[in-house]
Design a protein around this ligand. Structure first.
Ligand code: ATP
Ligand code: MG
Length: 568
């Protein structure tokens, strides 16, 4: 490709809309452009990198025995009603109507469509197992699209779905996918970690996320420094305190104290000269239209994913101010379990059983209680593990030390079990002629997000440093003076020979100053650069620069071919 003809609009300035390195660099390097919130165009350079990742994914999926198909983006509402997700998927599902007024949605994922396909065609255990995948556009009306293609509304995903006759076969495919994912992310040059994950709205009973380690990642991962435990903090269990679930009780008297305008844990504890861990906070939620109070130690953070799972709730929201006033008869900030409306279901985090002589809101404006104790003042609630793990907690597996790291989720694999096959009637006849639900798994990779994550992890102050296998070009040739015949002839010769060798080459034949050419070459991050300049005349050499290390070597112009290798 000749740079002079290539559509590659690079930017010198940092675009105002971008906050993180990958987003800034993808805009500056002319890889993507924004159309509207969460909607992006891939420009030719960006598309080349995206295709490289797709090729690697295809290769590993095919090797692992999966077969590619392609399903529609537009999906009929009936299928989503059958699975029950039309009502439960929430606002991320973009619902549309056709000219006949029939309901459809833009597919955020494809379990329904593929289960429908399979139930129509699979009859016998002899037809299974199957693992089918596609690389295709998804739409999710994300509440907060950000970081460019990292969290977009329209994005490209590889999604695979497996169908098995028993758990053993599902295990086998799950393991094959786990391995394929490791190969894919290795080949993309990523420093990643598979971690145990929550199964979210897709449901199921085992799941791993593939996390690319990066400071800017949206997910927090708890990793043990001793054993191989690693889990999303959404899921990571907190080990129950040493002495079980028995409630302690102290001997202070229950007192009512005035706390004018003191609402937050900090304000109340500072005012009463107590520690945050001596305060019992009462958090009010609406879960599937029912009020729930969650009791937590003041210094602990509630894990809403755990709460949702414990309640088995489809929807969960913090109660609004009006609801809090109705339930507690007090403004927000003074809720407590003593004398709370019986309409409210009360549950607590395990750690609260060890609290005694604590402080709580008194369900009255500007008022708290001190010296509160279980049983005497508050009936002990049912306890669950409800808090977010921290570095102060021991590893739930081996008791070792926990480190919290940030990660970008690039892939996610689930054992779905029979969730969709049962609701949608996808069955097979086993060897004895008995009808059974098919056992499913699903396996996703964010293709665009993988490109962005690779840039997030591979860049420096000059620009992108593409890992070789996903670089949009293998080599860039920078010609210092295109008017110089000898330089240009040598460049053309090397360009065509490299192409013949099967390498992807960008020939910078623009009428630009050398400084501009070097800056652009560094910004777009092509792994190897051949500079053809004055040294050609002086000593017959060209310079080979490695983008990653900055290392420069002089090479005889006619020997350069043997020094270069394609990326993949
Ligand atoms: P997240 O927690 O980041 O929203 P998810 O759990 O909703 O992800 P899955 O439904 O498991 O994601 O989708 C599979 C993969 O698709 C994810 O691992 C991620 O790489 C990618 N992905 C999901 N949402 C987006 C998005 N809005 N933009 C780009 N890629 C996405
Ligand atoms: Mg999501």
């Amino acid at each position: 490709m000749r740079y002079s003809q290539f559509f590659l609009p690079t930017l010198k300035e940092v675009p105002a809309e971008a906050e993180i390195a990958s987003h800034i660099l993808m805009l500056r390097a002319g890889m993507i452009r924004k159309l509207a919130s969460g909607l992006y165009t891939y420009l030719p350079l960006g598309l080349r990198a995206l295709r490289k990742v797709e090729d690697i994914i295809r290769d590993e999926m095919n090797k692992a025995g999966a077969q590619e198909l392609l399903m529609p983006v537009v999906q009929p509402a009936e299928l989503w009603k059958e699975s029950g997700r039309w009502d439960h998927y929430g606002n991320e599902l973009l619902r549309i109507k056709d000219r006949h007024g029939r309901d459809f949605c833009l597919g955020p994922t494809h379990e329904e469509v593929i289960t429908d396909l399979i139930r129509k065609h699979i009859r016998s255990y002899r037809d299974l197992p199957l693992n089918l995948y596609q690389i295709q556009t998804k739409f999710r009306d994300e509440i907060r699209p950000r970081f460019g293609i990292m969290r977009a509304r329209e994005f490209i995903m590889k999604d695979a779905y497996s169908f098995s006759i028993d758990e053993a076969s599902l295990d086998q495919i799950y393991q094959a996918m786990y391995k394929a994912y490791c190969n894919i992310f290795d080949r993309c040059g990523l420093d990643f970690r598979p971690v145990e994950a929550d199964t979210g709205s897709i449901g199921g009973h085992a799941s791993h996320e593939f996390m690319v380690l990066a400071e800017t990642g949206e997910d927090a991962i708890a990793c043990c420094t001793k054993c191989n435990f690693a889990a999303n903090t959404e899921l990571a269990p907190v080990k129950a305190q040493e002495d079980g679930l028995e409630f302690l009780s102290g001997n202070e008297e229950l007192r009512t104290v005035e706390t004018p305008g003191k609402k937050t844990v900090e304000e109340v504890t500072e005012f009463l000269d107590k520690k945050a861990k001596q305060l019992l906070k009462t958090l009010l939620f609406i879960a599937d239209n029912r009020p729930v109070a969650v009791l937590m130690r003041g210094d602990h953070e509630l894990n809403e994913v755990k709460l949702k799972n414990v309640l088995g709730a489809q929807s969960l929201e913090m109660a609004d101010a009006e609801t809090v006033e109705r339930l507690t008869k007090a403004p927000v900030g003074f809720a407590g379990p003593v004398g709370l409306s019986s309409e409210v279901k009360v549950i607590g985090d395990i750690a609260i059983s060890k609290m005694q002589d604590f402080v709580t809101g008194a369900n009255k404006k500007d008022t708290h209680f001190t010296g509160v104790n279980w049983k005497r003042d508050v009936p002990p609630p049912k306890l669950f593990d409800l808090r977010v793990i921290t570095e102060k907690d021991p590893c739930p597996r081996c008791g070792g030390e926990i480190e919290i790291k940030r990660g970008i989720e690039v892939g996610h694999i689930f054992k779905l079990g029979t969730k969709y096959s049962e609701t949608m009637g996808a069955t097979f006849l086993d060897a004895k002629g008995r009808e059974k639900p098919i056992i499913m798994g699903c396996y996703g990779i964010g293709v665009g997000r993988t490109v962005a994550a690779a840039i997030e992890q591979n860049h420096d102050e000059k620009g992108i440093v593409f890992p070789k296998p996903i670089a949009p070009f293998d080599v860039i040739i920078s010609v210092i003076n295109i008017k110089d015949k000898e330089m240009m002839n040598t460049a053309e010769k090397i360009y065509s020979e490299l192409k013949q060798k099967g390498m992807e080459v960008l020939l910078d034949d623009r009428k630009e100053r050398p400084g501009v050419k070097f800056k652009d070459a560094e910004l777009i991050g092509i792994p190897q650069r051949i500079t053809i300049g004055k040294k050609l005349k002086q000593k017959g050499v060209v310079e080979l620069t490695i983008r990653k290390t900055g290392e420069i070597t002089e090479v005889q112009a006619d020997k350069i071919l043997s020094k270069l290798r394609p990326g993949a």
